[in-house]
Design a protein around this ligand. Sequence first.
Ligand code: COA
Length: 260
Amino acid sequence: MSYENILVDFQNGISTLTINRPSKLNALNKATIQELHDALDAANKDANTKVIILTGSGEKAFVAGADISEFAHFDVSNGGKLAAKGQELLFDFVENLSTPVIAAVNGFALGGGLELAMACHFRLASDNAKMGLPETSLGVIPGYGGTQRLPQLVGKGRAMEMIMTAGMIDANQAQAYGLVNHITSPEELLSLAEKIAGKIMRNSSVAIKGAIKAVNANFKDSVDGYQVEIEEFGNCFGTEDFTEGTTAFLEKRKADFPGK
Ligand code: COA
């Protein structure tokens, strides 16, 4: 499938989705959110895709936020619907995908851009990246999960300061905060993401799916994460991957997981 605002590239088990509105610093308009949903859904359903990498086109931005021109005239009801729809279609959707999603943050990740990166399973950044939730400078609050995921990742006090000041932090600060796992040069960002994807792909995709579900359960109200872990752990024992993984270990060879 081809998209207007996204580029999709598939190679060696990795689907790389590039948000492609560089003239608007890849700002997330309604159409881009829908296309991202569709492309992520397709990649997640594709048995050959073992890891998804999400990045932005151009040298300047991952995503500079939700498209301000689309909501500047909204009223209370439209504002609420915008947040609800976006969270359902994209931000909660990414977080709960069973295929690992790595955000390769290649510049500005502001507002909805940082919220998108935070919804991914983990983040890498180029050394020119700048991150922040500037919504209060526009008279709104983060609406795509930022008030929830930022404190989860960096702690409440740091999140409060970032949201209240509407300021930006650089890649080093983001790494010190635990917001990004690794920093590299812009030129090497995608190859670093691919290298990490390669390590992920050596392992059981079925076990990784269960692990994502169990880790996410820790952050869901009214879900007992330990119980989810017990169930997912138990389920592994009925998979071909488990048979292959344990047999390969005992036979002193590398596992060749069927992904079932
Ligand atoms: N929504 C809509 N358009 C956006 C946008 C956004 N979030 N962020 C950038 N753009 C557009 C600009 O309007 C400009 O379009 P134009 O050339 O048609 O005027 C283009 O992208 C380039 O941005 P510009 O502001 O000229 O680049 P800059 O290098 O001077 O500044 C930023 C970069 C990221 C600091 C600045 O664009 C910015 O503050 N963006 C908004 C960030 C924000 O508040 N995000 C949260 C939204 S909830």
